[in-house]
Design a protein. Structure first.
Length: 263
């Protein structure tokens, strides 16, 4: 009945013409399949009592989906087919398992805005960094822009192959096993502990000598910031050959060396 009323309000005569449905705040506990609207792009179902999302299994064109303020406890198998989705609001629900939730969203390569706050899963350690690493297309997470520094730190914490390379460069020797900072958990094989940087400490600024509470934090920060590579080379076109040096009587000028640094 709520769907039919919206169709009358908008004046749609054919299901194929429906691009927008607004079903927010109507106390709905369930919704029938919306497969009759194959071109549906914008859907508001927020502020209801929805507990399942099986009605979305045919709406591949959705770009904006508002599911906040419902009673969702699990979204597994319900949203992974929405590859065109750009905005997804899931805050104020009862989602508990971060790993399963993020796994469901990984196929959304166009997702830019995501809200997951006010769910039990948002209390997980390093929740924000884990979401940033797992969903690299997201630019606005929980109403806060994702920064480049957060992306770099998330990459260091959760990409173990990259961490080994970065630590090998930072410490000048090969590191076969990354410097772990925690123990395993059910969400992923190895849980990384939150980096606790003393207040006032800035990356690359060593004037603040206030010690870290945990030595492992100092090691992790060093691996993130001290990854400098330096290359030096001569312009061999300006270096005299053996024959040229024998024929010339004047003193040989010192060679010009060019040094390039990469951080």
């Amino acid at each position: 009945q709520a769907v039919e009323e919206q169709l009358k309000i908008c004046g749609f005569k054919r299901n194929v013409d429906v691009l927008v449905l607004y079903l927010a705040g109507q106390g709905l506990r369930s919704i029938p399949s919306l497969s009759q609207f194959p071109k549906l792009r914008y859907l508001w179902i927020n502020n209801n009592k929805i507990q399942g999302l099986t009605f979305l299994n045919k709406n591949y064109c959705l770009t904006e989906l508002y599911l906040n303020n419902n009673e969702l406890t699990d979204i597994s198998g319900a949203l992974k087919h929405l590859h065109a989705l750009q905005i997804l609001l899931l805050h104020n629900n009862q989602l508990r398992t971060l790993g399963k939730t993020v796994k469901e969203l990984k196929g959304m390569i166009s997702l830019q805005t995501l809200n997951l706050f006010h769910n039990p899963l948002a209390q997980d350690t390093d929740y924000r960094l884990y979401v940033i690493y797992s969903l690299p297309s997201v630019q606005l997470l929980d109403r806060k822009s994702v920064t480049q520094r957060e992306r770099e730190l998330a990459l260091h914490l959760y990409n173990w192959a990259w961490a080994r390379v970065g630590q090998s460069v930072a410490f000048g020797k090969r590191v076969n096993t990354p410097l772990e900072t925690g123990v395993g958990s059910g969400r992923y094989s190895r849980e990384a502990r939150r980096l606790m940087v003393p207040s006032g400490y800035e990356f690359g600024n060593h004037t603040n000598k206030r010690p870290f509470e945990n030595p492992e934090d100092a090691i992790l920060l060093r691996a993130v910031t001290r990854s400098l590579m330096e290359f030096s080379y001569f312009d061999w076109n300006k270096v005299a050959t053996c024959q040229e040096r024998r024929l010339e009587n004047k003193a040989v000028e010192p060679h010009e060396k060019l040094t390039v640094q990469f951080r």
